[in-house]
Ligand binder design. Structure first.
Ligand code: FES
Length: 572
């Protein structure tokens, strides 16, 4: 490739005043002449932050990627983008996913970059950076940071997140002391890396591998395994070749790639957050992926991976059993096997030789853990634009259920009343939580799987039907209807539900119904007034004004699609 074909030539290749300026200031870091003449410039987009614990090792990983870039004749330049620490940021990282995507997009476009390596880990750091990269559409490879080692507590394996959902139960029923809890805290966070259940971070890593955006087998390698470093170095080498081959994101992210990802997500028992993120990514690359596709393509796919929260094991076992290439090979009869990946080979060729080393962790397609595992899309007067449920994580007996609504107008209302002795709630009740959608909260937090009332926990009840316009952590389970659209804050039917109304959930029939008359519903809608907006200035105001509903991926309306890699005006 001649210098002029590189995008970075426009910065470094010219002998005029600005060419001098672009090169000279960078040279304060000690780069020799030849770095500016024909080497592809590789941007290493790093989501490292001490405030994002799951990505704490990525600063070192960037150096390993750079080794590979330099070996292949490239010029690596690392840059930071907004990082999103799931367990730290308030009110929710989802509020800032689109901000991080904007940051990534503009950082890539404005700089002299020919190819991109995305260093990702914690939940939102993968979709946000990928959304931004899609809107520029340069050759891009993802290096997923990898999961933590398995949690260990008193001789038992413990998955990240899983204890969170037992916390209340452990304190109220099992009488765990403060000391016990402290011991669990460190026991479930034993090493660098992200959550090691099949939560959202692991799901996102598998998603990018299934889309063809990582080297084969990258998703499951634990963060502290030396093979993760090898993968990072090889990714650095490969991105330089991808620039020379002009292998852009849009050549890999075809409709077939998205369909593959949906099927793989079903087989691994992936997080419900997958739906909202994949939809947003598809819209950035110019594909119209609708909610129904997740059901029609995914819901009939069997569950092959026995990982928490749907199953028993954790990401370490998944890796030792052969990781995602085994799943892709098992799914070969239903996948688009010729879909292209970043290494230049098809997904079918990459996984053709994969071997399963533990069929209890990854089962054969013919003898799955469950016959049908994917996410189901519900429709009905309670969710005109749709809602989702993950049946593999639900209680089978509750998948067809009629019950009286116990309504909470906000998450604060829920916390103040859920354990009140006078609360009328029993095992047939349906907990309804409003005000936790994209506009209403704002930012659509992971609160859909609210804890059960203490008095029911003491009776041994472990699940209730729960319905909200929010999301659920990928590490959580239960009969939880999520992403109700339109949300309550914009006047969706959810806003009209009152205590004691009968709600009917029928998962096999894909139905979610509020059992009141049309006339009554019309009357309630006419009397409804929208809540006051939660912000009047800054990014949050812009978010509230422009965020789309969950079924459209909750991106900002003006960010869909892309603007390419062109910069229309120069620096003078
Ligand atoms: Fe970062 Fe779970 S909190 S991946």
């Amino acid at each position: 490739m001649s210098d002029k074909k590189l995008r970075s030539y426009e910065w470094f290749g010219k002998n005029d005043k600005m060419g001098f300026v672009h090169r000279s200031w960078l040279r304060n870091q000690g780069y020799p002449n030849d770095y500016f003449s024909g080497r592809p410039v590789i941007g290493i987009c790093n989501t490292w932050s001490e405030l994002t614990p799951c990505n704490g090792h990525l600063r070192d990983f960037a150096e390993i990627v750079k080794r590979g870039v330099i070996e292949a004749g490239g010029f690596p330049l690392e840059f930071p983008v907004t990082s999103l620490g799931e367990t730290i940021m308030k009110p929710t990282t989802m509020l800032f996913r689109n901000l991080a995507a904007m940051d990534t997009e503009e950082s890539i476009r404005a700089n002299p970059l020919d190819g991109i390596v995305l260093l990702t880990g914690c939940d939102k750091t993968t979709p946000s950076t990928l959304m931004g990269a899609c809107s520029v559409d340069l050759p891009t490879i993802v290096v997923p940071g990898g999961p933590m080692l398995n949690g260990r507590f008193r001789g038992e394996c413990l998955g990240s997140g899983s204890f969170n959902w037992l916390h209340k139960e452990m304190q109220t029923v099992e009488n765990y002391t403060e000391e016990d809890i402290r011991e669990v805290e460190i026991g479930v966070a034993r090493s660098a890396g992200h959550c090691m259940t099949m939560g959202t971070a692991s799901t996102m890593a598998c998603m990018v591998e299934a889309l063809g955006l990582t080297l084969p087998g990258a998703a499951a390698i634990p963060a502290v395994d030396s093979r993760k470093k090898v993968m990072a170095q090889l990714s650095g080498r490969r991105i330089v070749e991808m620039v020379r081959e002009d292998l852009k994101l849009s050549k890999i992210l075809t409709r077939e790639a998205f369909e593959n990802a949906i099927k793989v997500n079903a087989a691994i028992g992936g997080s419900t957050n997958f739906v909202i993120h994949l939809t947003a990514i598809a819209h950035r690359i110019g594909l119209d992926l609708n909610l129904e596709a997740f059901d029609t393509l995914g819901s009939q796919i069997p569950l092959l991976v026995n990982l928490k929260p749907s199953g028993k094991y954790l990401m370490e076992e998944f890796y030792y059993a052969g990781g995602l290439p085994v799943v892709i090979k098992e799914l070969a009869p239903v996948l688009h096997n010729d879909a292209l990946t970043v290494n230049g080979s098809s997904i079918g060729d990459n996984s053709g030789k994969a071997q399963c080393y533990n069929e209890e962790v990854i089962t054969p397609f013919a003898t799955p853990l469950q016959e049908k595992a994917g996410i189901v899309v519900l429709k009905g007067n309670l969710c005109e634009n749709g809602a989702i449920i993950k049946p593999s994580a639900a209680t089978p007996a509750l998948l067809q259920h009629r019950g009286k609504a116990v309504v909470f107008e906000s998450i604060e209302d829920y916390h103040s009343r859920i354990d009140a002795p006078e609360l009328e709630v029993d095992e047939n009740s349906v907990l309804v939580l409003k005000g936790v959608g994209p506009v209403g909260y704002p930012g659509m937090p992971e609160v859909g799987n609210v804890d059960l009332p203490e008095k029911l926990l003491r009776k041994g009840i472990r699940d209730l039907v729960r319905i909200s316009d929010g999301r659920m952590s990928g590490t959580a389970a239960g009969t939880v209807v999520l992403h109700v659209s339109p949300e309550s804050a914009v006047g969706g039917t959810l806003a009209m539900v009152q205590n004691g109304d009968i709600i009917e959930l029928d998962v096999p029939a894909r139905r979610l119904h509020l059992d009141i008359s049309e006339a009554e519903l019309t009357r309630r809608k006419a009397a409804w007034t929208p809540p006051a907006p939660r912000a009047t200035r800054g990014y949050v105001k812009m978010y509230i004004d422009h965020v789309e509903q969950a079924d459209r991926g909750a991106d900002l309306d003006f960010l869909k699609g892309g603007s390419g890699a062109e910069v229309s005006r120069d620096l003078h």
